[in-house]
Design a binder for this molecule. Structure first.
Ligand SMILES: [Zn+2]
Length: 267
């Protein structure tokens, strides 16, 4: 099929257009004469291309170019998956966790709702959110997958740069999805909790979802974050997350030991 804006010489005559006869065009592969295709530019007929030949060599060449373009796209997406924070060993993982599948399926209608995924060490949380990040990047969404320590380091490192008093918070507040992996390891001093709350709350106000993983349940996380005495900030973070996130509890399937085998607690 060709675009409507293009016409053959015969169609141009039928339309009553005036034009100079186009130069003959031959297939560069088999030499067969091809029908020129023209279009009107600034009131003049210009012959810019030709109808496809349809010979095997032309088809092979078109397929080669398409293969190259696909490979290029794959490379670009793979780079974006890495840039989103997905570790190389998780770059190709998929997940069969139903809540993640549902979240992905309904992502364009999320309304700001995210997930809080808790589970013991080895229950496959990082695996699951890496798969989620990868799938969303493939769909063209901007995703940042990080842990809170790395996020806080990055914000601190860019603090006040270019007169930007909020530091590099924007990277974490503006992406389509922020995934904070393994929350609860932070030492909860005032700046840490205030900055964490600022990021989470900005996303909340802009209806941008967040996905959090932790080995702690939300109430346990609140206690953990507040252990240095900043109880109110810690509870504010936990209650915002409670408002924003569906709760998912992963049962112990240890993806790091052997895919799909039950976690043998105490064994
Ligand atoms: Zn040909």
């Amino acid at each position: 099929m060709r675009e409507n804006a293009f016409f053959t010489p015969r169609e141009a005559r039928e339309r009553g257009l005036e034009f100079e006869e186009p130069a003959p065009i031959a297939c560069r592969w088999c030499g067969k004469p091809l029908t020129p295709l023209g279009t009107e530019l600034l009131g003049q007929v210009r012959w810019l291309m030709s109808e496809p030949c349809g010979c095997d060599e032309e088809k092979a060449e078109r397929e080669r170019v398409e293969r190259m373009q696909r490979a290029e796209q794959e490379r670009n997406v793979a780079e974006k998956v890495t840039a989103a924070g997905v570790a190389r060993k998780f770059a190709n993982v998929r997940t069969s966790i139903p809540e993640i599948g549902d979240f992905l399926f309904e992502f364009d209608r999320h309304g700001g709702n995210g997930l809080y995924i808790s589970g013991i060490v080895g229950s496959g949380k990082t695996h699951a959110v890496s798969a989620l990040a990868r799938a969303l990047v493939y769909e063209g969404h901007s995703v940042v997958l990080t842990n809170t320590l790395a996020m806080l380091d990055s914000i601190q490192a860019t603090y006040g740069r270019d007169g930007n008093q909020s530091g590099g918070v924007g990277r974490f507040t503006r992406c389509d999805l922020l995934i904070l992996d393994d929350m609860g390891k932070e030492s909860g001093n005032g700046w840490v909790l205030t900055t964490m709350f600022q990021v989470i709350n900005t996303r909340y106000e802009n209806m941008r979802p967040i996905v959090v993983t932790s080995q702690y349940t939300l109430p346990a996380l609140a206690k953990r974050l507040g252990r240095a005495g900043e109880k109110e900030s810690a509870e504010a973070i936990a209650s915002r997350l409670y408002e924003m996130c569906g709760i998912v509890t992963l049962l112990g399937i240890d993806h790091r030991k052997s895919e799909g085998k039950p976690w043998l607690s105490g064994a």
